[in-house]
Design a protein around this ligand. Structure first.
Ligand SMILES: Nc1nc2c(ncn2[C@@H]2O[C@H](COP(=O)(O)OP(=O)(O)OP(=O)(O)O)[C@@H](O)[C@H]2O)c(=O)[nH]1
Ligand SMILES: [Mg+2]
Length: 389
């Protein structure tokens, strides 16, 4: 089974469909048209009158070819996508990374050898270039050590928020150079998957505090971790309670309602919002089931297949991240979260003397990198980011 990274190109196809829907209608005004006098196959069938615009008879000029150009360019450049997994220790974050990318990411622990996934002790990122049917995806996954198992969990979010903001700062420092690279390497976290422990009750105060801070800084998709420990009814009830908690505490997870651009977005994203947090199960071993090789967890009672919707909602998470919302996650990161960071940093930084070829921005203090920022809604900001690697 494929990851579906060709879905990254779907944006172009979607635009194509929208344009075909008939909203765009090119109709140059009559006096401006230099071809008006040229004979055309249709022109004889209609009496020429000043009120009849002649462009109807000329046929399309071929602007839809722009989409092919975009597609070819995107295929050449590839896509960059950065994911981070966050949550309490032992909830299956490292395993989920393997599940998501078919064990293509953590190579140190090949599937099927019975080697347990080692505990993650420090925040680290691994980058891989995955290629599928000519589409290249440069994927960076940042695994984080579990939090919440200390006696004092005060500020346990600092290293994670610090890392996310450091990536914004890195991008900003490159962007403000007068002579800057044509393509700025993008290490910004586009999506943070937050693992909620399967307690079956509701969000814990620590999860609430963590999520409140994270959502102001990055796109967050919460999941119910190790969902195989809950019955179907428990999963559903737990999901509803978490959704209620999120609403009560104004935690705006991805896909944020305020960024739905049109009715299609609204319909699609409402369905997703109704299912988030997805109840997921992670596995990095393959098993033979009815002659098929499936990723799953072998138990005394059978195999929990991670890609089987009857067993868990892992396919919904994968589809959201890779097949349907990858580009949107990147756009919101650039136009909202990064923009928010950029505006605050530029506002607070008095312009210091310029060095050779760059605007000297006062370095961010550690406090700035970890403190939450006021959430600013500004999706329509310019988007001049280009993917190339
Ligand atoms: N039952 C069950 N076990 C899981 C699941 N996902 C992972 N595990 C197991 O849980 C244990 C911990 O998994 P990890 O992936 O190392 O967990 P982690 O969140 O990365 O842990 P830290 O690195 O300590 O933060 C391993 O034995 C996994 O096989 C799951 O969905 N269900
Ligand atoms: Mg880990």
């Amino acid at each position: 089974m494929q990851l579906g990274i060709r879905g990254c190109l779907a944006t172009a196809d979607f635009v194509n469909e929208r344009e075909k829907g008939g909203k765009m209608h090119l109709e140059p005004s009559a006096p401006m048209d230099p071809l008006r006098r040229s004979p055309s196959p249709c022109s004889s069938s209609r009496p020429s009158s000043p009120s009849t615009p002649p462009c109807e008879m000329l046929g399309p000029v071929g602007i839809e070819a722009v989409l092919d150009q975009l597609k070819i360019k995107a295929m050449k450049m590839g896509f960059e996508f950065n994911i981070m997994v966050v949550g309490q220790s032992g909830l299956g974050k490292s395993t989920m990374v393997n599940t998501l990318f078919k064990s293509k990411v953590w190579k140190s622990n090949p599937p099927g050898l019975g080697v347990p996934t080692p505990q993650t002790l420090q925040l680290h990122s691994v980058t891989h270039v995955i290629e599928e049917k000519g589409v290249k995806l440069k994927l960076t996954v940042t695994d984080t050590p579990g939090f919440g198992d200390q006696i004092n969990n005060d500020k346990c979010w600092d290293p994670i928020l610090g890392y996310i903001n450091e990536q914004y700062e890195r991008y900003l420092q490159e962007e403000i150079l007068i002579t800057r690279q044509r393509h700025i390497p993008d290490t910004r976290v586009h999506c943070c998957v937050y693992f909620v422990p399967p307690t079956g009750h509701c969000l814990r105060p620590l999860d609430i505090e963590f999520l409140q801070r994270l959502c102001q800084t990055v796109n967050v998709v919460p999941v119910i971790a190790r969902a195989d420990s809950l019955t179907m009814e428990e999963r559903e009830a737990f999901r509803r309670r978490i959704q209620q908690n999120l609403r009560t505490h104004c935690i705006d997870i991805y896909p944020q309602k305020c960024f739905d651009e049109d009715i299609n977005d609204k319909i699609l994203n409402s369905k997703l919002r109704d299912r988030i947090p997805f109840a997921v199960v992670g596995a990095d071993r393959e098993h033979l089931v009815d002659g098929r090789c499936v990723l799953g967890r072998k138990t005394k009672w059978g195999i929990i297949e991670v890609e089987n919707m009857a067993h868990c909602e892992f396919p919904l998470l994968r589809d959201l991240l890779i097949r349907s919302h990858l580009q949107d996650l990147k756009d919101i990161t650039h136009n909202v979260h990064y923009e928010n960071y950029r505006v605050i940093r530029l506002n607070e930084s008095h312009l210091l003397p310029r060095g050779p070829g760059w605007v000297n921005l006062a370095p961010a203090s550690p406090g700035q990198l970890t403190s939450p920022r006021p959430f600013k809604v500004c999706r329509g900001a310019h988007d001049d980011s280009e993917d190339e690697f």
